[in-house]
Design a protein around this ligand. Structure first.
Ligand code: HPA
Length: 272
């Protein structure tokens, strides 16, 4: 057995011993969006600091625990708080929870985040369906030896964000009378927000939103054969498009739109 498989076996065994059973969807809840996990029924909560090979999360607005249970009639394993590359974690650590979800036989992952709007038609508070991404982190979590039994050496990223899931998300939004923007998410490493010049570059390159997460996790989801739905909360206009940027505004906006965000994800889970 190779090292990653051994780690996964220890982690999944620990999680299963806590009472976690079958999983349909992994949920990754971004900055300020973790409250959704409070609606999970018959919840089993596992703090990250108890889980073998999980580091502890440090960012404000992130609780740092797994929550397992039923949401909209589906079995979910939610991450209330995620790991970021800018915290100093390796890309392997950042994406380890997605590996765990796949090892626990989830078939899909719903990835959420807070992001800055690059598309000039976006306003803070918009929800954006992620159609595709640009990996601008300068890193890739799959660099290194490949374990062929986990996934292919050269994963196809042609449809990293599952088309049928995008259609379902649009249907859910329309049923709820919610406006759902769509676009390309460009992932930077952070922790600085971008410069105005970088944002102009991002727009030219085809980005609609920018952020500091999601891309590594979606790469590993693709590698693991997981279907993906990505929803971004546009918390601010990107650098150069508004006076200045700060984390307080990011959290404030997520608080303002959390009801719509939660309703959307729950309806998506009903329909999927
Ligand atoms: N840039 C990068 N990450 C972000 C932003 C942003 O403007 N807003 C929220 N997360």
């Amino acid at each position: 057995m190779t090292q990653l498989s051994e780690m996964l076996q220890e982690t999944t065994q620990f999680i299963l011993e806590k009472g976690v059973k079958e999983i349909d969807f992994g949920l990754i809840l971004g900055s300020g969006l973790g409250e959704l996990a409070e609606e999970i029924e018959e919840a089993i909560v596992i703090p990250y600091d108890q889980i073998p090979f999980f580091p502890t999360s440090t960012v404000v607005g992130h609780a740092g625990q797994l929550v397992y249970g039923t949401l909209s009639g589906k079995k979910v394993l939610a991450m209330q708080g995620r790991f970021h590359f800018y915290e100093g974690h390796s890309m392997q650590t950042v994406t380890y929870p997605v590996r765990v979800m796949a090892a626990l036989k989830a078939h899909s992952v719903i990835v959420t985040n807070a992001s800055g709007g690059v598309n000039e038609s976006f306003v803070p508070g918009d929800l954006m369906l992620i159609t595709d991404h640009i990996n601008f982190t300068g890193q890739n979590p799959l660099i290194g030896p490949n374990e062929d039994e986990i996934g292919p050496r050269f994963p196809d990223m042609s449809e990293a964000y599952t088309l049928t899931y995008r259609e379902v998300a649009k249907e859910a939004a329309s049923q709820l009378d919610l406006t759902l923007k769509e676009g390309v998410y460009m992932g930077y490493s952070g922790p600085t927000y971008e410069t105005p010049a970088e944002i102009r570059m991002s727009r030219t390159m085809g980005a609609d939103a920018v952020g500091m997460s999601t891309v590594p996790e979606v790469i590993v989801a693709a590698h693991s054969g997981l279907k993906v739905l990505g929803i971004s909360c546009i918390t601010n206009l990107a650098a150069g498009m508004q006076a200045n940027l700060n984390h307080e505004e990011v959290v404030e906006t997520t608080q303002r739109v959390k009801q719509s965000f939660k309703a959307l994800i729950k309806e998506v889970l009903v329909l999927l």
